[in-house]
Design a protein around this ligand. Structure first.
Ligand code: HEM
Ligand code: HEM
Length: 579
């Protein structure tokens, strides 16, 4: 007699009762095993994620300040601090009343509290300007200059947010896919604490003027030991976990996670030695610098982002990755070609031309992994695009995965000498940088966390509206950011290459685009605030207990029925996807 089993929203038609029973038993066992593994990962993964979220807010703050100062040079950071503090003081009593109200839903409470805060800020602006007649000071101090706020932003993005978000994801993904509960949780929590002390010291150091001025290695020389010790703990944990894994099959996500954990500690350690403690001299230093700065993107952030997408997409849609072999080609060609390409950052610089040529070839060869990953993700998603309407994790991850293909194709073109002659030294590069580090990596990590956190805390998200707001603020924000800088950067490059074009005219042409960048960046920053609120509410236990995923909107029964009837997954595929 035939029966149909439903797993992850999919049905496996024509399964005998005996098979269905065995499948259900296996799934029940796997679910219990996963829950035990998740519970062991809970504290370390959340500790790293809390650090990441905290620094993301500060990174956004410094990014926004840097951006605003480019079109309002007299802008003083203390304005924001004063506004923040006074608005909080004025709005808190109102917020307490709103929070206590029994007649309002959680969404309405969050909406009214936000409104109270914004209204308090507006009130204070009016009072201080027209009633008390207080003027803003004209000098913000050296710590507010471009050289310091920009480097603080970049360092916080790279090490405060990016690296910690990546490690949080790894600490959850690796035990799951190795089928081994996380070991040495205290060591990993200590590593998070050491890391964050390092970041804090680094931020103060850069703002105090002690930065090294080496791109992506700006923290003062007393900071790297903290980071190296912490990375060493995480890497050692990775090796021990790999040797203890219970799962004989190495899933594609594991390839990427182990690759990243293997590359980053020695990349960073070697880079610090040859750039900071015993720096190579002359132009060789720039080659050493870009060897690291390039690889930290391609062999650390990129594998984590791509690997995580390889996990989340099949998980959410309940179907295995389209081609295992394609994913292996993607992994090894990334490892092989990305590491050659660092010198494309120095096109036109005083380094031997063969180094630039080799890098350009490496950049072109990157089309191989990029196409392999793009095709694999696309074919896996084929027929399941409808899920994007419901699942926040999937929507963020698919946004990031599509952006990965786009930014890599763009990067390969940027690595051509003729193109670089125009785009280099312009805002075009900054647009590309954000498309990669934000549109691809950051968006994927948000998607991972929407999936991961409820499984760690046992708590669903407090508000699907706030998740939707987060998604739209970030996605529209990055589109505005990228588009405005790409357009302005291209014209900027052409105008700079024309010796007859007045430089001051070029500068004023850029102003409207820089304002657009601040608008896009402000939207992204607000999106980050929404994420931080959701994360804090979740770990504080606000929201429903976890029974099923939080969707943007619930599926109607007709939609569920249509999905069940349309599924083509075999029982083996369903079992694999549910791992
Ligand atoms: C095939 C893939 C890629 C290639 C060939 C590539 C190429 C390039 C090139 C040529 C530049 C230098 C532009 C200039 O200075 O004129 C650049 C900058 C940059 N790229 Fe990519 N890119 C790729 C993918 C990515 C990805 C996936 C990310 C993000 C994870 C990323 C992030 C960045 C960043 C942050 C910079 C600016 C670095 C800085 O100036 O501090 N790129 N890329
Ligand atoms: C997670 C969020 C973000 C990531 C991953 C990120 C990443 C980066 C990266 C990699 C750079 C170096 C680019 C280069 O030198 O080519 C950079 C610089 C910068 N970012 Fe961001 N960023 C983020 C958020 C923001 C926000 C919200 C703003 C606000 C407008 C912003 C404004 C800036 C500015 C003004 C620079 C300096 C550009 C320059 O050197 O001319 N960023 N960011």
């Amino acid at each position: 007699m035939a029966a149909s089993t439903v797993v992850n929203g999919l049905t496996s038609p024509n399964v005998s009762n005996a098979d269905a029973g065995a499948l259900a038993e296996e799934q029940c066992r796997a679910a219990k095993e996963r829950a035990a593994i998740d519970s062991a990962s809970r504290l370390p993964a959340l500790a790293w994620l809390a650090g990441a979220t905290f620094w993301l807010l500060w990174a956004s703050f410094f990014g926004l300040v840097t951006s605003i100062k480019m079109h309002i040079p007299w802008f003083d950071v203390r304005v924001i601090m004063e506004l923040g503090i006074i608005s909080t003081l004025l709005s808190v009593p109102l917020m307490v009343l709103i929070a206590r109200s029994k007649n309002l839903s959680l969404d309405a409470k969050i909406g009214f509290c936000t409104f109270a805060f914004v209204a308090a800020a507006a009130l204070w602006l009016v009072l201080r300007t027209w009633v008390f007649d207080i003027r803003w000071s004209e000098h913000g101090g050296a710590w507010q200059t471009f050289g310091r706020t920009r480097m603080t932003h970049l360092s916080l993005i790279g090490y405060g947010w990016g690296t910690q978000a990546g490690i949080a994801g790894i600490l959850w993904l690796v035990p799951r896919l190795s089928r081994t509960p996380l070991i040495y949780p205290n060591a990993l929590i200590a590593a998070a604490a050491i890391w964050n002390v390092g970041i804090f010291a680094g931020v103060i150091g850069i703002l105090a003027g002690l930065g090294t001025s080496v791109e992506w290695l700006d923290f003062p020389p007393f900071v790297p030991p903290f980071l190296i010790v912490s990375l060493a703990i995480v890497a050692a944990w990775g090796i021990v976990t790999f040797t203890r894994r219970q799962e004989s099959h190495v899933y594609v996500t594991l390839w990427y996670c182990f690759g990243a954990m293997f590359w980053m500690p020695w990349l960073y350690t070697v880079a610090v030695i040859i750039n900071i403690y015993s720096p190579a001299t002359g132009v060789v230093q720039s080659a050493c610098n870009w060897w690291f700065a390039h690889n930290v993107l391609g062999l650390w952030l990129t594998p984590i982002g791509v690997g995580a997408a390889y996990y989340i997409i099949p998980k959410v849609i309940g179907r295995p990755v389209y081609s295992y072999y394609l994913s292996i080609i993607g992994f090894w060609s990334l490892a092989l070609f990305y590491s050659w390409a660092g010198m494309h950052h120095l096109i036109g610089g005083p380094i031997p031309p063969w180094m630039v040529s080799a890098s350009t070839v490496g950049s072109m060869m990157m089309f191989i992994p990029v196409i392999a990953v793009g095709v694999n993700h696309h074919m896996t998603m084929l027929g399941h695009m409808g899920q994007l309407r419901y699942s926040p994790s999937l929507r963020f991850v698919v946004f990031g995965a599509i952006t990965y293909t786009a930014v890599s194709a763009q990067g390969a073109i940027e690595a051509l000498r003729e193109f670089s002659e125009v785009a280099h030294f312009t805002n075009y590069t900054v647009g590309h940088a954000h498309l990669g580090a934000y549109g691809f990596f950051t968006m994927i990590m948000f998607g991972v966390f929407y999936y991961m956190v409820p499984r760690l805390t046992g708590q669903e998200w407090a508000s699907s509206r706030l998740i939707r707001l987060h998604f739209w603020l970030c996605s529209v924000g990055i589109v505005i950011y990228f588009t405005s800088l790409s357009i302005s950067g291209w014209f900027e490059g052409r105008q700079m290459n024309n010796p007859d074009y007045p430089f001051i005219q070029k500068m004023s042409n850029e102003l409207p685009w820089l304002i657009c960048r601040s608008i896009g960046g402000a939207m992204m920053s607000l999106g980050h605030v929404a994420w931080a609120i959701l994360f804090v509410l979740n770990i504080c236990g606000v929201g429903s207990r976890r029974e099923g995923p939080t969707f943007f909107r619930e599926k109607t029964s007709a939609e569920v029925e249509a999905e069940l009837n349309g599924s083509t997954a075999t029982p083996a595929e369903v079992a694999l996807a549910s791992r």
